[in-house]
Design a protein around this ligand. Structure first.
Ligand code: Z5A
Length: 211
């Protein structure tokens, strides 16, 4: 590994603690002299945020699965070209709340879209580009939903069934098993403090290996 910039993503089912961990990772990177660009998917650009509203809101409840998939990749193409790649090329680290693994997990595992079709779109939009490090915050679907349920009104995904989120979790874990060089699985069912300790260790190790 060289001293170049890195693209780090956070993944997990709903309520896994991504937002909570994002703040910690950003702080650790800042302390290491690499203040990251913080962004999210779907979203991260004006067009991406407009697509996010369409995807998460309730105006289009009957949205076809393929439409949802294509809109996720449309938002991603915009995000990559106009925000992520320019930042990386300028030497800035990028920290992103969800990326393409979420598409495999939600549209593939959750909705049942063939993973091969998602791979075609990934290749088409990303041309081989992938995160350098992905933290998968893993926990049972029941626990994630219970945590998320304490918050505001559910979006279009949050209204899905427990079985849906179980399939999402399993797909994430399969991805992590197949790409161990990129994924670090965090036991997110533990206390905030214990999760923080695991995340800090992963980031410290990555920083050491990367520079
Ligand atoms: N989506 C998709 O389908 N396909 C795609 O390609 C992409 C996305 C990119 C929006 O994502 C939706 O888009 C998402 C998948 C879909 N839908 N779902 N579900 P999002 O990331 O914006 O939304 P989210 O998954 O619902 O994230 P979230 O609600 O912000 O959850 P979180 O960030 O993982 O959790 P949190 O806010 O940090 O924590 C939740 C609560 O638990 C909070 O009160 C915390 O204080 C508490 N918490 C966190 N950690 C702990 C621990 N360790 N112990 C106790 N309590 C804790």
């Amino acid at each position: 590994m060289t001293g170049k910039s890195a693209f780090i993503t956070l993944e997990g089912i709903e309520g896994a603690g991504k937002s909570t961990c994002m703040a910690l990772v950003a702080r650790l990177l800042e302390q290491a002299g690499r203040p990251p660009l913080q962004t999210r998917e779907p979203g991260g650009t004006p067009l991406g945020e407009a697509l996010r509203e369409l995807l998460l809101g309730h105006r289009h409840e009957g949205m076809a699965d393929d439409t949802e998939l294509l809109l996720m990749f449309a938002a991603r193409a915009e995000h990559l070209q106009n925000r992520i790649l320019p930042a990386l090329e300028a030497g800035r680290w990028v920290l992103c709340d969800r990326f393409t693994d979420a598409t495999y997990a939600y549209q593939g595992g959750g909705r049942g879209i063939d993973l091969g079709r998602i791979e075609v779109l990934e290749q088409w939009v990303q041309r081989g580009f992938r995160p350098h490090l992905t933290l998968l915050l893993d926990l049972p679907a029941e626990v994630g939903l219970e945590r998320a349920g304490r918050r505001s009104a559910p979006d279009r995904f949050e209204k899905e069934t427990l079985d849906f989120f179980r399939r999402v979790r399993e797909t994430y874990l399969d991805l992590a098993r197949k790409q161990p060089e990129r994924f670090r699985v965090i036991d997110a069912a533990l206390s905030l403090e214990e999760v923080g300790t695991q995340v800090s260790r992963v980031i410290r190790d990555f920083l050491e290996a990367w520079s």
